[in-house]
Design a protein around this ligand. Structure first.
Ligand code: NAG
Length: 205
């Protein structure tokens, strides 16, 4: 077969599809190969209710090596509390469908490790109002949110019960994104684990 004849033949639909499929697989593979992984050093749980109806339990893995101070603060508020006050009984005061849900607290502390990217759903981070104003208001992503990269400290990921997060994000809200039903952190605390493990920031995982 002559080379030129081969070169001038237009690619068939099947060939095009193969190329497209290959590119998708290739891009996906590239992201997987370049995914960062983070070590989960401890876990906490959070049980929410929506107008009194329990959702599934959320288990949150915490990145104690990436953001030690933030993790310690968050763990502290989830377990013993500051002056005995924990997240228990606090309200989820913001829910934006296809973005995030946010819980409430007041206590300012410094930014820490802004290098982990908002690459996937289930990442938990501290909200702030400018540098070093983390107010223990945590939020959990429900999809990648790259525009927040470098602005907020991500310190963990929902390991189990992300369904609860999606349930919250789908609730009716008022014009300030405040959920209409009463969404409460009914309970929270330590969720012991036997050994550390890693999670990846790969959205395809
Ligand atoms: C986060 O994303 C930026 C580009 O937006 C990239 O340069 C950086 O390497 C990423 N960080 C990690 C830890 O993957």
């Amino acid at each position: 077969m002559s080379k030129s004849r081969f070169r001038h033949r237009p690619p068939s639909g099947v060939a095009l599809l193969c190329v497209l499929k290959f590119s998708t697989v290739f891009i996906q593979g590239w992201i997987q190969a370049h995914a960062a992984t983070y070590k989960v050093t401890s876990q906490v749980y959070m049980d929410l209710t929506i107008d009194g109806v329990p959702t599934e339990r959320m288990v949150i893995g915490l990145f104690g090596e990436e953001a030690p101070k933030t993790v310690e603060n968050f763990r502290h508020i989830c377990t013993t509390g500051i002056d005995g006050i924990t997240y228990k009984g606090s309200r989820i005061h913001r829910a934006i469908n296809k973005f995030m849900i946010q819980g409430f607290w007041f206590w300012y502390f410094e930014d820490e490790n802004l290098n982990i990217n908002h690459s996937r759903s289930g990442l938990i981070a501290m909200a702030n109002r400018g540098p070093n104003t983390n107010g223990c208001q945590f939020y959990i992503t429900t999809m990648p949110a790259p525009w927040l990269n470098g602005k907020h400290t991500i310190f963990g990921k929902v390991i189990d019960g992300q369904g609860a997060v999606h349930k919250v994000e789908q609730q009716k809200t008022d014009s300030d994104d405040f959920p209409v039903p009463k969404i409460i952190v009914e309970d929270c605390g330590d969720f012991p684990m036997t050994d550390t493990y890693t999670v990846s920031d790969d959205p395809y995982e």
